[in-house]
Ligand binder design. Structure first.
Ligand SMILES: Nc1ncnc2c1ncn2[C@@H]1O[C@H](COP(=O)(O)OP(=O)(O)OP(=O)(O)O)[C@@H](O)[C@H]1O
Length: 595
């Protein structure tokens, strides 16, 4: 995503607070998992005492198997219970992490949808994909491993200290003074690792965007003979990423090594002191053995915390990107009110739509729309024309509610869109761009997207209206034909017709199209055009027109130039009067028509 400096302390706190808040839906499961893990550790302590006792009575009291069989059974029971608790604890924390991830993905997707496609364009699709996939996945280890290990690193050593001090206070003192060395060193190394990990995430975002773009434009790259050049560039960016990853790994290995070393030295120190005390007879065997058994267990949670520390780095770095998305302001306009009258939320064919002095400019630019006022009828076809860059797509985006700062200038039945619920407004619109989006699923599922509970007859009827039924039925698998990504497997015109069938199935009060017949042969064009004309009898059809035939059928033509409406009227009157429309007709449109 965007480049950021290493999060400062305040930012760190903010991100940790955010990660904590997001864990709320699974907080109970996480707590339960930690409780089970801690209980498992208590059983481990009991087991150590039991084992020390068994070894003591066998070695020093020369007890036989029958005398210790009860103790052995108890030890076996503890081992079994520990196995069960451990498995349950791990399953629960993994389950909690999965829940948090899916709720995070849902929140992000919902927010991205509300922010609209321009936001995704700005941030880059690759970076967005990284955040939604790798970023959210990075949270798994944070919640499933790092968070529980933070709790264990405090609870388990504390529990061991509580039992060790009354047993052997000298060993307790060694534990107490050596334990803080591990977290201290971890924090010391952690700062540097954090910095490097942030840089790595930034590289990953750049790489994601670059790959996504280049893979999408592979054909163009080949045609421009630029594949080799791009491969060199990709190799360079990959190399930067490799360097960033290696730097993080170096620090991670170094810190792991140092933590293991510290833990081993501490255990060895305890062992040597116990050895001397046993040798000089100042300590009994059972106590010494218990301390020796518990020494590695005392440092284990701290070592594990060190091992999971990278999960913390990954989680916090990824959370930065997520928080940035979730905190992006959606609107400069007032919050939508939930009390929108039904006339607004359930758009009917009687609705009247007005744009009132709508001015929208893109950030840091004067391009966009200027003082656009327009009245749209409830039914009929309105065509929008204008040279490239005149503002047609921007006007459609404003109508679709993608630019929240201007929704107060779009009125439906005298109510500004800002007073209502944008998702409900968008529900009432079917939008087919020049390159409609089809998904990696069957043709039937692609059409059903508009109305999941539609019957097969309805799907067929919509396909027929869109001029798609014939070619679909000729396919070996008919409606069950699996389309590739971006509708791969059918032609451009067929994609258009599938998208049109989807729109017809939706029966949305407003159908917005970017020249639907551009890819079609003349026979199909005629049938699709007729279907759209028919649809316009009872619905509002807004079309960005590139063809003369479309213009002739429109009840109103709106001509845009430099973000302003410069002329409007029906084809008959506009084509007869001298003006920009006539000029456009004799140049661009005529060319297209003759093409
Ligand atoms: N994301 C953006 N950031 C900045 N300026 C933009 C952005 N999108 C469009 N513009 C500018 O806004 C103006 C209107 O663009 P718009 O895409 O609405 O035109 P259009 O009439 O749909 O063009 P075309 O027929 O080529 O699709 C243009 O000058 C364009 O350069």
């Amino acid at each position: 995503m965007t480049t950021k400096a290493r999060p400062d302390r305040a930012q760190q706190l903010l991100l940790r607070g955010f990660l904590k808040r997001e864990s709320k839906p699974a907080a109970l499961a996480l707590k339960f998992s930690i409780a089970l893990g801690t209980f498992n550790a208590l059983l481990m302590i009991a087991g150590a005492y039991l084992l020390a006792k068994i070894v003591h009575v066998v070695m020093f009291d020369t007890a036989g198997l029958s005398e210790v069989s009860d103790l052995l059974w108890a030890l076996g029971g503890i081992a079994l219970a520990r196995g069960i608790f451990l498995a349950l604890s791990q399953r629960l924390s993994a389950h909690a992490a999965r829940n948090i991830k899916s709720s995070m993905r849902a929140n992000l997707l919902e927010k991205i949808t509300r922010l609209g496609p321009r936001f995704t364009d700005q941030k880059g699709h690759g970076a967005m994909l990284n955040t939604l996939h790798d970023g959210v996945e990075a949270l798994h280890d944070y919640y499933a491993n790092y968070l529980p290990s933070v709790a264990y690193s405090a609870l388990i050593p504390l529990a061991i200290l509580v039992v060790i001090f009354p047993t052997d206070w000298q060993a307790g003192l060694i534990f107490l003074f050596t334990a803080p060395l591990i977290p201290f060193f971890m924090i010391l190394v952690g700062h540097k690792a954090e910095q490097l990990n942030q840089a790595r995430w930034q590289q990953l975002a750049v790489l994601g965007n670059y790959f996504f773009d280049r893979v999408r434009g592979l054909t163009q790259l080949k045609l421009f003979n630029a594949t080799k050049r791009e491969l060199i560039q990709i190799a360079k960016i990959s190399d930067d990423f490799r360097h960033a990853t290696l730097s993080v790994l170096k620090i991670a290995f170094l810190s792991s090594f140092a933590l293991e070393f510290l833990a081993t030295i501490s255990v060895a120190l305890v062992a040597v002191i116990i050895g001397f005390r046993l040798f000089f007879g100042t300590l009994d065997f059972a106590t010494g053995f218990v301390v020796l058994l518990l020494a590695p267990e005392f440092y284990l949670p701290l070592r594990k915390l060190g091992n999971h520390y990278h999960a913390r780095l990954e989680g916090i770095s990824a959370a930065g990107d997520m928080l940035e998305i979730l905190q992006t302001p959606e609107s400069a306009s007032p919050e939508p009110k939930n009390t929108a009258p039904s006339g607004f939320t359930s758009l009917t064919s009687k609705s009247e739509i007005r744009l009132k002095k709508l001015t929208f400019t893109y950030p840091d630019s004067n391009e966009g729309l200027h003082e656009v006022s327009l009245s749209l009828p409830a039914t009929g076809m309105v065509a929008f024309v204008g040279a490239s860059g005149a503002g047609k797509s921007t006007l459609f985006d404003c109508l679709l509610g993608f630019h929240p700062q201007v929704i107060s200038h779009v009125n439906v039945n005298n109510l500004p869109l800002s007073e209502g619920d944008i998702p409900s407004w968008q529900q009432g619109i079917a939008w087919i761009p020049q390159q409609p989006t089809l998904f990696y699923t069957t043709i039937k599922e692609n059409i059903l997207l508009a109305k999941p509970d539609a019957t097969m007859d309805e799907v067929k009827r919509a396909a027929q209206l869109a001029g798609a039924l014939d070619f679909i039925e000729l396919l070996p698998n008919g409606f069950d034909t699996l389309l590739g990504e971006q509708g791969e497997g059918v032609s451009g015109g067929q994609k258009q017709r599938i998208a049109l069938a989807r729109a017809f199935l939706k029966q949305a009060p407003i159908l917005m199209l970017d020249e639907p017949t551009a890819h079609l042969d003349s026979a199909t064009e005629l049938s699709v055009q007729n279907a759209i004309n028919e649809y316009a009898h009872s619905h509002l059809v807004l079309v960005i027109a590139h063809r003369l035939n479309t213009l002739k059928k429109a009840s109103n033509i709106v001509l845009l130039d430099n973000g302003r409406i410069v002329q409007q009227g029906d084809y008959q009157s506009l084509s007869q009067q001298a003006g920009p429309f006539k000029a456009l007709l004799t140049s661009d449109m005529h060319e297209v028509e003759n093409a």
